[in-house]
Design a protein around this ligand. Structure first.
Ligand code: ADP
Ligand code: ASP
Ligand code: MG
Length: 479
């Protein structure tokens, strides 16, 4: 367990509160769920625990695909998914639950499977799935896994209760990628969980989902259970939050791209935010936001290797080694160039572009400019490209018509490779070394950007070069 949660010293003293989030792989089958229950049991002897769980690995993808196929009129696909959904959860119940728990839990799981079936049947009839309906359906996996995990804990003699996060997390109405309304969420979470906490019952909260003020189910974006973990942990003023996943911690690079990547024992909030923004899947990009003010440490640990200390994410990294700390990448991006003519100033051009992007809630991965030539160039996630093009073509319709602005140019198949480290500031020559490392492997750099905070340096390269580029920079800085 993470270092700060010490056993309560005197019998009268309240135990520290520890929020623990378990990802999809960690709860992927009966054996893994049992391992998770053991981790919870171990920690429960020393701390008060609140658990957050993801859907069993692969379930969310399966649900989304079923809904999409149903909305295209396919009436067969979701029927096979229904079997698989029922089978996977039932198998866990059969293997890990007492007879009494099975009797209570199996009918509830069947209800969720029926809800899945009814929704998909509806989508196939109307040939549509709205973002709102998709949220209700895509987060059913979390409802099912939380139901199971609470029952597993009870079977092991630990008092536990499944809690649907729609009763805790209040969000705006941005279905598919909702933002929590923190003041209301904090209050609702504390109130909903207070009776359980008083009774010493472990709440097992569904990750990923929340609800609008009117009670409509929303989701926090793919991978959003990490965010649920910190939202709930911060709402309850947890001593610390532990995100249990399938790697030993935050690593110097995505281990799938760089097998030689190492664990980083400690990183700062700012570094973690930067890493997750630029594609490190280990953390949902908004995970750190709820804990920053309260300075709650977040640990990343491996549920398959709990003895490994993992990574501590805190306000500032203590062992501030100089230079680059980690490399990350976004492999599917596009570079958009927009050029203004004489009559339109660069400031006018840029303000119009960014106002349009912010209205659509689209993040830019990199921005470069040539004010003298009136040229603005920026990178976006490929998933956002269609929306960006449509929006900008509309916003600049007149300017394009009258030739004040040249038509948008899109360079597809671009990847962003980003070197991150809080202490890069004041370390000269980092960009130069990265340039040389890429040059030695004949990797062409399309664009480069460095924030004035010097927390990161980004290189745009061809998508096909991304693995090579990440490895080259990783090697150069001997991470
Ligand atoms: P979970 O299901 O537990 O939320 P995810 O699959 O979402 O887990 O995130 C963990 C994965 O993130 C790892 O298996 C690893 O492949 C990937 N990953 C990408 N970049 C990094 C990094 N810098 N450090 C650690 N893991 C990373
Ligand atoms: N189950 C959701 C997803 O796959 C949320 C999560 O796992 O974090 O996106
Ligand atoms: Mg995840």
């Amino acid at each position: 367990m993470a270092e700060k949660v010490a056993p309560a010293k005197s019998p009268g003293k309240a135990k520290p509160l520890l929020a623990m989030k378990f990802g999809g792989t960690s709860v992927g089958n009966a054996e893994r769920m049992e391992r998770v229950a053991e981790i919870i049991r171990e920690h429960a002897s020393q701390a008060e625990i609140v658990v957050v769980v993801s859907a069993m690995g692969g379930v969310t993808d399966m649900l989304i695909r079923a809904a999409t196929e149903a909305s295209r009129g396919d009436r067969e696909h979701w029927k096979s998914v229904r079997q698989e959904l029922a089978r996977r959860h039932r198998e866990v119940a059969d293997r890990l639950l007492s007879a009494g728990e099975q009797a209570a839990v199996l009918p509830r799981l069947a209800e969720h499977v029926n809800q899945f079936e009814n929704l998909c049947s509806g989508f196939s009839l109307v040939r549509e799935v709205t973002p709102r309906a998709m949220d209700t359906l895509s987060s059913l996996g979390e409802v099912m896994s939380a139901t199971l995990m609470a029952a597993i804990l009870r079977t092991k003699g630990l008092p536990a209760e499944a809690v649907d996060a729609v009763e805790c997390i209040v969000t705006d109405e941005h279905f598919g990628n909702a933002t929590p309304l923190f003041a209301e969420t904090d209050l609702k979470t504390s109130e909903r969980l207070a009776p359980l906490r008083r009774r010493g019952t472990i709440p097992v909260v569904t990750g990923f989902r929340g609800a609008t003020r009117e009670g409509l189910c929303t989701t926090l974006g793919r991978g959003g259970s990490d965010y649920t973990g910190t939202i709930i942990g911060a709402a309850l003023d947890a001593e610390e939050i532990c995100i249990w996943t399938d790697v030993d911690g935050v690593m110097t690079a995505d281990p799938r791209l760089v097998p030689a990547a190492r664990i980083i024992p400690e990183i700062s909030y700012r570094e973690a935010i930067e890493l997750s923004f630029f594609g490190a899947k280990v953390l949902h990009p908004k995970t750190i936001q709820p804990v920053m003010k309260k300075k709650i440490p977040v640990w990343i640990k491996n549920s398959f290797n709990p003895a490994c200390p993992g990574t501590k994410i805190g306000p500032a990294a203590a062992n501030g080694q100089p230079g680059v700390k980690a490399i990350t990448s976004v492999s599917k991006a596009d570079l958009i160039t927009i050029s203004g003519k004489d009559t339109l100033s660069f400031a006018q051009l840029a303000s119009k572009v960014f106002a349009a992007l912010s209205l659509e809630g689209i993040a830019t991965l990199m921005v470069t400019q040539s004010s003298a030539d009136n040229v603005l160039c920026f990178a976006v996630h490929n998933a956002d490209l269609k929306r960006v093009k449509t929006k900008l073509e509309k916003v600049f319709e007149l300017e394009i018509l009258h030739d004040y602005v040249a038509a948008l140019e899109v360079m597809p198949h671009v990847a962003m490779v980003v070197a991150i480290g809080e202490n890069m500031k004041g370390t000269p020559g980092i960009a130069g070394r990265a340039f040389s490392a890429l040059g030695r492997r004949s990797i062409n750099i399309i664009a480069i950007a460095q924030g004035s905070s010097e927390l990161s340096i980004s290189f745009a390269v061809k998508s096909s070069d991304v693995k090579d580029a990440v490895q080259a920079i990783h090697e150069e800085f001997q991470l």
